[in-house]
Every structure is written in C-alpha cells, then in structure tokens.
Design a protein around this ligand. Structure first.
Ligand code: ZN
Length: 238
C-alpha cells in the first residue's frame, strides 16, 4: 500500500460499483476523505439510496476507513435532467443513437460533475479529487476519456487558481480488474458489499439478484458488470 497522504480527498461517489471501489482506494491513501453525489433525476435514482448504506458499511469493515471518512455532499442538479434528452433521465430506449453513442450518454454530465466537485473541493480545502471514469471497457462516452479528464483538471486549476490533483484509478482497467482491485483493497467482505449494496443497473432494477449483484441483467451497465464478474471469477479459479 502507498504511504498515507495527509491531505483531504473528495471522491465522486454515485453509489455504483466503480465509485465505491474509488472511495475505498481513497480511504487507503488519504487521511481524510469526503464524498459528493449528484441527483440529476436519473432513472436509476435508487443508487442514491445506496450511498449512505455503503458509507456506513465501509465504516464497519475497517477502523481506519471509519476514522478517515468525512462529510458527504449531495448536490441537486435538476437542471441537467431538464436540458438532457437521455435514456438515463427520460423514458427513452437504451440503444445506439444517431450520434453513434448510446442514448444513455448525458452530454456534459461528467464535466458538470467535476466542476461542482472542484467548487466543493475548493471550499473544503481538498487538494485531491477522485473519480471513477474509465475508458477501457466503457460505453464510448467521450467525457470518460483520459484526455477529457486531464483537460478538465487543468481547467479547474486555472479557473480556481488552486492546485488540484485529479485521480482516476480505474481509467485503464476493465471491470474484471475493478473486482480484483476491490478484492485487493478489502478482501471478500468488500466484494460482498460491492455485490449486495452498490448499484449499476441503468433501469434502477433491484428486484433481480444475480451472482454479481442486483439489476435487470440486460442493460449495458448490467452487461458490463456481469461480464466483468464472470471474467474475474474465471481468472481467480484458473
Ligand atoms: Zn440493468
């Protein structure tokens, strides 16, 4: 493990698998870790209900994590839903749209998230922002690309005249490796928490329980998660 850094980190924490692993990654590295989540009237709004549960459970897994976990910030972004024509915010079919991108793409979403995260980090004196964007087995969203995030980090530094380090620990790993990282960070108990409590399904389905967790089993988020789980399991047994 890396040496503990004395600074504060702010983690973009949605209640999903990726951001939960990022939160634990940060808890292992920083003396104080705060979280921020966004309510943009997402169809899978149930993920927001999982956030406090995941935070509370993480605190029971390791004394150091409980000691380091600081405030949570929940930001309402109704305006993002109002201006977006996306399958994540409206009753639109999840498919590939005319742009060649999935209809689940919410233009500007991560840029807006990072802007708000920067503003909160500024106020809270956090020099580090941790986010779960990934361009390895993602859905093709241009705002998940490493270049976008790097440019955004630079824009935040310039725009606020403050030094921010933007960390994306999952950028170059796939979903199987994300499960592996969770296991390295917290063992079987963290894997159980990820499976039981984190939410990824775009449709907000928590009525179907699979080996990899809850979800419809058919949307792109469920497919990525189940394929990652199966690959990780196969590797472990191999
Ligand atoms: Zn699903």
């Amino acid at each position: 493990m890396n040496a503990l850094q004395t600074e504060t980190a702010l983690v973009l924490f949605s209640g999903g698998q990726d951001s939960t692993v990022c939160l634990v990654w940060a808890l292992e590295r920083f003396a104080r870790v705060e979280t921020v989540g966004f309510d943009y009237c997402q169809r899978h709004r149930v993920e927001l209900d999982m956030r406090p549960r995941i935070r509370a459970e993480l605190g029971t897994l390791k004394t150091e994590w409980r000691a380091r976990l600081g405030e949570d910030h929940l930001v309402s972004l109704d305006a993002l839903a109002a201006i977006s024509e996306s399958a994540l915010t409206r009753e639109v079919a999840i498919e590939i749209g005319d742009s060649g991108l999935p209809t689940t793409f919410v233009p500007g979403r991560n840029l807006i998230f990072l802007s708000f995260a920067g503003a909160i980090a500024y106020r809270r004196g956090a020099g580090h922002i941790v986010a779960g964007m990934c361009e390895t087995d993602y859905s093709g969203y241009p705002d998940c690309r490493d270049q976008t995030i790097k440019a955004m980090g630079r824009a935040l530094e310039l725009g606020m005249d403050r030094r921010f380090e933007l960390h994306t620990p999952l950028m170059w790993i796939d979903k199987a490796a994300t499960f592996a990282l969770a296991h390295t960070l917290g063992g079987d108990v963290l894997i159980r928490l990820v499976v039981e409590e984190t939410h990824s399904c775009y449709l907000g389905d928590r009525s179907h329980r699979h080996a990899w967790g809850y979800g419809c089993g058919a949307c792109p988020a469920c497919k990525l998660r189940s394929e990652g789980w199966n690959k990780w399991k196969a590797t472990r047994m191999g």
